[in-house]
Design a protein around this ligand. Structure first.
Ligand code: FES
Length: 115
């Protein structure tokens, strides 16, 4: 597991950007729950730390696609894009990390995908 930061660096209802092992990671805390994902939207590569929360989803600030903070799954595409082609709307899910807190420090490792 790789150390990211102190717990106090990620206040509740925030999204923060860190570089871990050369990769940009977004660590967020919502309703007291920590999560981490690659800091890159799988739709058109926007920074996820510039987004916000809607229920248990994180919203990308560019086209408002919503991804589950638990699974990274694409959950919702904003109605305003309904005229766009399927190819344009196509997006993978967010790449998630498993988060662990030890002695007030946040550690993470890539989440294994279940196939
Ligand atoms: S770049 Fe994130 S929703 Fe399009």
């Amino acid at each position: 597991m790789s150390r990211v930061c102190d717990v106090s660096e990620v206040p509740n209802e925030s999204l923060k950007k860190f570089t871990v092992d050369g990769k940009e990671i977004c660590v967020g805390k919502h309703n007291g729950k920590l999560f981490a994902c690659e800091n890159m939207c799988p739709h058109r590569f926007a920074s996820m730390d510039k987004g916000w929360f809607d229920g248990d989803n994180v919203v990308c600030h560019i086209h408002y696609f919503q991804f589950s903070i638990d699974t990274g799954k694409l959950e919702k595409i904003d109605e305003k894009w309904k005229e766009q082609s399927a190819a344009w709307k196509k997006s993978d899910d967010l790449t998630m990390y498993d988060v662990e807190v030890k002695d007030d420090e946040i550690f993470l490792e890539p989440r294994r995908k279940i196939i």
